[in-house]
Design a protein around this ligand. Sequence first.
Ligand SMILES: Nc1ncnc2c1ncn2[C@@H]1O[C@H](COP(=O)(O)OP(=O)(O)O)[C@@H](O)[C@H]1O
Ligand SMILES: [Mg+2]
Length: 163
Amino acid sequence: MMGAFAFEQVVCGSGDTMVVRGISGRVDPGRVLGVLGRNGVGKTTLMRALSGFLPLAGGRATWQGRDLAGVESHRRLGLGIAYALQENVVFGELSVADNLWLHLPDRNPARYADAFAKFPLLVKRLTQRSGNLSGGERKLLSFARSLGLAAPMTLIGAGALGT
Ligand SMILES: Nc1ncnc2c1ncn2[C@@H]1O[C@H](COP(=O)(O)OP(=O)(O)O)[C@@H](O)[C@H]1O
Ligand SMILES: [Mg+2]
């Protein structure tokens, strides 16, 4: 079976320092792939490369068999690949609703029907300031916001998905 999202022998880093050297993996529909490692080992660097914020110095990433080289991060988002940040995931001074619709002026609640069904607490907190949510609740809000962009979405993130 063709993996929805796959990466092979990825090499990436900053400047001359390649912190990720030859990492491979794949995420099939409905599955979760965990990338574990101690602090500073290169998890965030790998996520930035896979989401298109950092160029690959070697290897490749593919989406449904298509090479993602040269596909900018916002285009990857359009394909259904979202980067779930580990920190500063929402605008704390804005309400939950404004965080969800900031980038979607249509304010169409149908976009979030699945996310609201999964995370009903967000519905109860729509008018509240996001900064008053717990850290875990802010992560849920951030995931919901990504899920509203397209369906289905593949979320990639380091340290973000276990909270
Ligand atoms: N922009 C950068 N410039 C220079 N070095 C960086 C940069 N970003 C990360 N690094 C270094 O790359 C290594 C891996 O960092 P990172 O990917 O954030 O690790 P992790 O997320 O696994 O904790 C660390 O040694 C870090 O200091
Ligand atoms: Mg990190």
